[in-house]
Design a protein around this ligand. Structure first.
Ligand SMILES: [Zn+2]
Length: 266
């Protein structure tokens, strides 16, 4: 399958661009298992695209660099439209059915791509360069391994056809990932300002209390006492999966989701 790299350069996104919101929203959807929004993306390939081609979204520029998303082309190349820079020039777009989307901080980093797939140019000058055929398989497996290492969340494959019982081979690999450096201090801050208990269920076991962002870190939510609450690991996970919602004053289960409570103390 022909595979292309589409590029995004957040440092060049114009003021007021919808792209940061799009990327954050897609990442939230992916993390919570919701369907991703199909969208257009600019490409400069000279060859012309064909529906069904595999694409990765490669982030370049001054921040984290690497792949944050993947999908398949829903269309071939269409007529050029106004350039995303908004400078009056034209650009070519393709329609993409995205199947995975990460926050920019969770990229599969470019150095790892260079190591795994050395034939391909990983700092392309424009959107729509090809992944060299010899690299296609290595890129796809590095990407799937990266998604899996970040888990939970849908990781490719068809969730409606689970593997057979004896189908899962034990496999291990070393995974490097970006970790939010401020998380520990954020927790300390919350422990100073709030009772040491889960803001949802009241469980007061220090070892399982975590700092939860009310507005997600990936959406620009800050590690402040206003934007944070202590939650047990269980309910933190439930909140991130949107099984719990924050009303502004308290957490409540969303649309009747059954949210597990700890067993009552004896
Ligand atoms: Zn709890």
């Amino acid at each position: 399958m022909t595979t292309y790299l589409l590029t995004a350069n957040p440092s060049k996104w114009p003021e007021g661009s919808s792209d940061p919101h799009f990327v954050a929203d897609q990442a939230e959807r992916f993390a919570s298992g919701e369907e991703l929004t199909s969208s257009e993306w600019a490409t400069n390939t000279k060859h012309g695209h064909v529906a069904g081609e595999r694409v990765y979204l490669l982030v370049q520029g001054e921040g984290p660099r690497g792949i944050i998303a993947s999908g398949h082309l829903a269309s071939g190349t269409t007529e050029p439209g106004p350039h995303w820079r908004g400078d009056g020039s034209l650009a070519t777009y393709v329609q993409i059915d995205w199947d995975a989307f990460l926050p920019i901080d969770d990229v599969l980093p470019t150095p790892e791509l260079i190591a795994a797939a050395p034939e391909t140019a990983w700092q392309p000058n424009s959107s729509g360069t090809r992944v060299k055929p010899a690299d296609e398989e290595a890129v796809e497996s590095a990407w799937q391994a990266h998604l899996e290492a970040l888990g939970p969340g849908p990781v490719g494959g068809d969730p409606t056809t689970p593997p057979e019982d004896d189908d899962i081979e034990r496999s291990y690999r070393e995974a490097k990932r970006l970790v939010r450096g401020h998380q520990r201090r954020f927790r300390q801050l919350l422990l100073k300002h709030y009772p040491a208990e889960c803001a949802y269920c009241g469980l007061d076991v220090l070892q399982v209390l975590e700092a939860a962002h009310l507005e997600a870190d990936s959406k620009g939510g800050l590690p402040t006492k206003e934007n944070g609450r202590l939650m047990c690991a269980n309910h933190h996970r439930a909140y991130d999966a949107k099984l719990l919602t924050w009303t502004g004053t308290e957490f409540t289960p969303t649309h009747g989701a059954a949210v597990v409570l700890p067993a009552p103390s004896p």
